[in-house]
Design a protein around this ligand. Structure first.
Ligand code: FUL
Length: 466
């Protein structure tokens, strides 16, 4: 009887596994800024300016679903402090806006719309609040937590709670109009805020620069690093939310004691909020495709921002770009060329069928594994006839921890083996883009791993360009 490999290092929690499976979801940045044409509101905006003419949260959810997103995260409150729901704890909210005569609730509308179309819902609640007079003092923490509790209890199940790292600076602060700085290491007492989320939404993952569940990718350009570990040692590095080394953060820590995978957040336009002047700067389908490969293809999730306009709709140009992007991905992944191939490896664990490389071609939970002392593996695919491809998909069995440190891919072209790609980490998902290649055989060579090799999937695809 061949025993299963033991997990190594930290492994994902169930809520993180569900999050890994989502892969791609959206951000909705919408507030008074949409009407003032700003990115950061000062905090003195009148609720009277929040007046979308035909807000339709169902359209946002439908567009997201069409694009292939599995959820949406809404800025319930951005740095300006205006609340998109009628909060009991402030008048600075939709209750005092002309929209729906003050009887509307954007959070509720989007929560319902997501449920209707069958995607998940999450919230962003800015810790920095440039409106609130108590910001910077201890009392503000209570205000922040009461608001968080409203959001955690009134809108059904949340898949993610997003804690922004931008903190402190000048603002309205109830009329004080001054600069307030906070100590990022102590002011927010994050441990106790995070506990509220654990207690009230046990299935939600929490994002901040350093987790606890999901970390930042270190930039807002849509690009993860080639080497990307799910593990992190934030304490050892001295990092806290709002204070990290953004160059090192995306790489993670090979020996980190916690599972805190990265999320790549990026906007479909230059800004996070809608500006009519950016209508001709919407990312193209080809650019969105690149972002998909440099985020999802590098062991991170993709959080793509779609900013509704002053009507309260996602603009036609953005919808068009998303549909072009979706069609490229659908055409790419419709057919896995590895499915028709035979697959073999000399390193199958215990020579046992249960850990056969054939598992790499199945969509189920089965996986390929090597013997405990074997930290490398060669897996060879033989196609019935030469195939043309330009995308190779790899997945590790992350339930057992992230292991692979170095790999290469070789293709047999006219009987001659040639190295076509080389990489470091794999993780939950790695997609390698190569120039169009015709080959009759393909090899994945895992050169080094932290422990025996455990892989979930190997797929071979051709993009429409091919
Ligand atoms: C940043 C914020 O300052 C931006 O306005 C935006 O919300 C982005 C997602 O996070 O820290």
């Amino acid at each position: 009887m061949v025993t299963a490999p033991k997990p190594i290092g930290p492994v994902p929690s169930l809520r993180q596994l569900a999050w890994h499976a989502m892969e791609f979801y959206g951000f909705i940045h919408f507030t008074v800024n949409t009407f003032t044409d700003k990115e950061w509101g000062y905090g003195d905006e009148s609720p009277a300016i929040f007046a979308p003419t035909s807000l339709d949260a169902k359209q946002w959810a439908q567009v997201a679903k069409m694009a292939g997103m599995k959820g949406l995260i809404l800025t319930a409150k951005h740095h300006d402090g205006f609340c998109l729901w009628p909060s009991r704890y402030t008048d600075h909210c939709v209750r005092n806006s002309p929209w729906k005569d003050g009887k509307g609730d954007v959070v509720r509308e989007l929560a319902n719309a997501c449920e209707d179309v069958g995607i998940k819902f999450g919230i962003y609640l800015s810790p920095w609040d440039r409106h609130q007079c108590t910001y910077g003092r201890r009392e503000y923490l209570a205000y922040y937590r009461w608001q968080l509790m409203e959001l955690l209890t009134q809108y059904g199940e949340l898949f993610e709670v997003w804690f922004d790292g931008a903190n402190g600076g000048d603002g309205f602060y109830g009329g004080a109009r001054e600069t307030r700085t906070i100590d990022k290491r102590s002011y927010y007492d994050w441990e106790n805020t995070w506990q509220l989320v654990r207690d009230l939404q046990p299935n939600a993952v929490m994002f901040s620069d350093v987790g606890p569940d999901v970390r930042w990718v270190g930039n807002e350009k849509g690009v993860a690093t080639e080497t990307s570990w799910c593990m992190l040692d934030a304490k050892g590095a001295g990092w806290v939310p709002g204070d990290v080394n953004a160059d090192l953060l995306p790489v993670g820590h090979e020996r980190g004691g916690e599972w805190v995978p990265a999320e790549t957040d990026v906007s479909i336009r230059p800004g996070w909020f809608y500006h009519a002047s950016e209508d001709d700067k919407v990312r193209t389908p080809a650019n969105l495709e690149e972002i998909y490969y440099s985020s999802v293809g590098r062991n991170t999730s993709l959080l793509l921002n779609l900013p509704p306009d002053r009507r309260g709709l996602i603009h036609e140009r953005d919808v068009e770009a998303l549909s072009g992007f979706r069609s490229i991905l659908d055409r790419t992944f419709a057919k896995d060329l590895a499915q028709g191939a035979t697959i073999a490896s000399l390193q199958t664990r215990g020579g046992d069928e249960a850990y056969s490389p054939r598992n790499l071609l199945k969509a189920d939970k089965s996986y390929f594994a090597t013997d405990d002392e074997v930290k490398s593996a060669t897996i060879e695919l033989a196609f019935p006839r030469s195939v043309r491809f330009d995308r190779i998909l790899l997945q590790e069995q992350i339930e057992l921890g992230q292991r692979v440190k170095a790999f290469r891919i070789e293709a047999a072209i006219g009987g001659n083996w040639r190295e076509i790609a080389r990489g470091t980490t794999i993780g939950a998902k790695r997609i390698i883009c190569v120039p169009a290649t015709d080959a009759e055989r393909l090899r994945l060579v895992v050169e080094d791993a932290r422990a025996c090799v455990t892989l979930q999937r190997l797929g071979v695809f051709a993009s429409p360009a091919v």
